[in-house]
Design a protein around this ligand. Structure first.
Ligand code: C2E
Ligand code: CA
Ligand code: CA
Ligand code: CA
Length: 279
């Protein structure tokens, strides 16, 4: 930047300062939001296609901002990951989702599981496995009914560490899914060593499934791969009956998406489950 003259250098430093300012501001805002309990969890059903039954709920965080209204996670999770605020936020999400599931199970939904997203930053913490163990103990949740969604990119970030963490989590008895599968360049050699139960096909491949032969090929390949490795497979982002039919015909047993339900607040889950149980 120096050779390009003072102005350019100035430009870069002020842009960097602005970026830093934004990060600090966001960090402060999120810390305050956690204290003020402005984060809420929405839940989106995961459906077993053979039976039509809801088998699990994915917890998805939102920020109920006093001025901005409901803020989607895409607008704060990446910055939360950069600043480290994802650590207290992620801990809150995990604990809240587990508590909520215990409540639903006690209300007669004993069959239900919950899926919780885990960020790369959480996985990298040396005491992450212990923190999961502690939440399970404190909430009394049956570990088999907790599923952790680890993104493929987080796992590929540091493969050897991820393999250790996955093995330790399996020892706790929780279920593991690889989220956004197909977007993170896992090599098949690695996949064999991952102690996972579920591959979750990213919605990027599901969107144009019925019109784009390349996406169709990727999705059928992932389904076949999962079957051959004895893994379950779930598709996210299922919006249409055509996508559903294609996925069912090709052996995808579980699905999630607007076709079944949008993510809904916990207070609306009773109605969603009642309707599903009655059908
Ligand atoms: P994700 O884990 O891949 O979650 C799926 C996203 O797709 C959710 O967006 C969900 O609302 C949306 N979605 C579900 N069905 C459909 C559909 O049929 N069509 C379309 N177009 N979209 C659908 P959301 O809730 O905005 O979350 C976005 C991302 O933010 C998540 O992607 C996840 O990576 C992250 N995220 C959300 N909650 C948490 C959390 O508690 N912790 C962490 N680390 N990340 C989270
Ligand atoms: Ca997810
Ligand atoms: Ca996903
Ligand atoms: Ca995704």
């Amino acid at each position: 930047a120096k050779e390009m003259g003072g102005n350019n250098f100035q430009f870069y430093t002020s842009a960097m300062r602005e970026r830093l300012g934004e990060r600090v501001q966001m960090e402060t805002a999120m810390r305050r939001a956690l204290e003020r309990r402005e984060f809420v969890l929405y839940y989106q059903p995961q459906v077993d296609i053979a039976t039509g039954r809801i088998v699990a709920m994915e917890a998805l965080v939102r920020w109920q901002h006093p001025e901005l209204g409901m803020v989607a996670p895409g607008r704060f999770i990446p910055l939360a990951e950069e600043t480290g605020m994802i650590l207290p936020l992620g801990a809150w999400v995990l604990e809240s989702a587990c508590r909520q599931l215990v409540e639903w199970q006690r209300e007669g939904r004993g069959y239900l599981r919950v899926a919780v997203n885990v960020s790369a930053r959480q996985m990298a913490e040396h005491d992450f496995v212990q923190s999961v163990a502690r939440v399970l103990e404190e909430t009394g949740l049956d570990p088999a009914t907790l599923e952790l969604e680890l993104t493929e990119s987080a796992v590929m970030n540091d493969v050897e560490h991820a393999i250790d963490v996955m093995r330790a989590l399996k020892r706790l008895g929780v279920k593991l899914a690889i989220d956004d599968f197909g977007t993170g360049y896992s090599s098949l050699a690695h996949l064999k060593r991952f102690a996972v139960d579920v591959l979750k096909i990213d919605q990027a491949f599901v969107r144009d499934l019925t019109i784009d032969p390349d996406d169709a090929a990727i999705v059928t390949t992932i389904i076949a791969l999962a079957a051959n490795l004895n893994l379950q497979v779930i598709s996210e982002g299922v919006e249409t009956v055509d996508q559903l039919s294609f996925l069912r015909e090709h052996g995808c047993s579980q699905m999630q998406g607007y076709y079944f339900s949008r993510p809904v607040p916990a207070t609306a889950i009773g109605t969603v489950l009642d309707e599903n149980e009655a059908q």
